[in-house]
Design a protein. Structure first.
Length: 250
C-alpha cells in the first residue's frame, strides 16, 4: 500500500514535491494528489490546506480513494515545551484536539473529540500512534542527526533535537504566552499545530496507521508570527529529512 503524505502549507510541501519521482497528479476536492516514489516507496503526496476540516477531508481521500496506510503529516508547528528550541522536531506518540470539549463558567474543559461527558463519556483523551509503528520509527532514527540550524535561525552549532511526545491540535494560530504556558501545563503538549489530531481521528476510524512529524518554526508565544515567517522554510526541511529517513520502514 502507498504511504499517504500530507502537508498543510506550500513551504512544507515543496521540499518533498521536488524530489518525487515518476509523479502523476490528480485533482480532487480542490487539492492535487501526486502519485510517485520517494526513497523507493510508493507515495501519494498532497497539500491539505490549513485546519482540521481540510486535514480530515484530505486524509479521508488518501485512505478511502488511494488506499494509503500509513498516513504521515509532515511540516512545522509551534513549540510549547520550554526545553525545546526553534528547529527541534517533535514526533507524535499522541495527538489531542485542544479546542474540543465543554465550556462552563467561561472556560473550556478539554474532552475527547467526538464525545461529551454527559452524553457519550469516555476515559480517553487524544489518539495514540500504534506502538509498533512508534518502535519502528525510534529504531530507524537511532543515531540519526539533523544539520544545525543556520545562525540566522538562531542556530548555535548544535543539531536539532528529535523528541517523541504529545502534539496538540486546534483551529487557532497560537500567538500568546499565557496560552502556550497553559497548554503545556494542563495537557503536556510539546508542540501545537492545526491539523494533526484530525488526521489521527480519521486514520483511527479507518484502522490505518498515522504519524505526525513536526519541526518547530516558532515557540507559540508573543513573537510566534514573526518567527514563523522567518524560519518556516528552513525548519520545514528538517521534517522532510526525517520523513525521507523513515519511509523505508513505514
Amino acid at each position: 500500500m502507498p504511504v499517504g503524505i500530507l502537508c498543510a502549507i506550500p513551504q512544507e510541501l515543496q521540499h518533498l514535491e521536488r524530489e518525487l519521482a515518476d509523479a502523476a497528479g490528480e485533482r480532487r476536492a480542490g487539492a492535487t494528489f501526486l502519485r510517485g516514489r520517494l526513497e523507493g516507496r510508493e507515495v501519494v503526496l498532497v497539500g491539505s490546506g490549513i485546519g482540521k476540516v481540510n486535514a480530515a477531508m484530505i486524509t479521508t481521500l488518501l485512505v478511502d480513494r488511494y488506499g494509503c496506510d500509513p498516513v504521515v503529516m509532515s511540516g512545522v508547528a509551534g513549540g510549547l515545551d520550554p526545553e525545546l528550541h526553534i528547529g527541534d522536531v517533535v514526533i507524535a506518540t499522541r495527538a489531542v484536539q485542544h479546542d474540543a470539549g465543554v465550556i462552563e463558567h467561561g472556560r473550556l474543559a478539554v474532552y475527547q473529540a467526538g464525545h461529551v461527558p454527559f452524553f457519550n463519556p469516555t476515559d480517553r483523551l487524544g489518539f495514540h500512534v500504534p506502538q509498533e509503528l512508534v518502535e519502528r520509527v525510534k529504531a530507524r532514527l537511532e543515531g540519526f542527526t539533523l544539520p544545525p540550524m543556520s545562525k540566522r535561525a538562531g542556530g548555535e552549532g548544535r543539531p536539532p533535537r528529535i523528541v517523541f511526545g504529545t502534539v496538540l491540535t486546534g483551529d487557532q494560530y497560537i500567538h500568546c504566552e499565557e496560552t502556550r504556558e497553559r497548554l503545556f501545563r494542563e495537557l503536556g503538549g510539546q508542540a501545537v499545530e492545526m491539523e494533526g489530531a484530525a488526521v489521527a481521528q480519521v486514520c483511527e476510524a479507518f484502522g490505518v496507521g498515522w504519524l505526525l512529524i513536526r519541526a518547530l518554526s516558532d515557540l507559540a508565544g508573543r513573537d510566534s508570527r514573526f518567527d514563523f515567517a522567518a524560519f518556516v522554510d528552513e525548519v520545514a526541511k528538517s521534517s522532510a529529512a526525517i520523513l525521507h529517513r523513515l519511509l523505508p520502514v513505514l
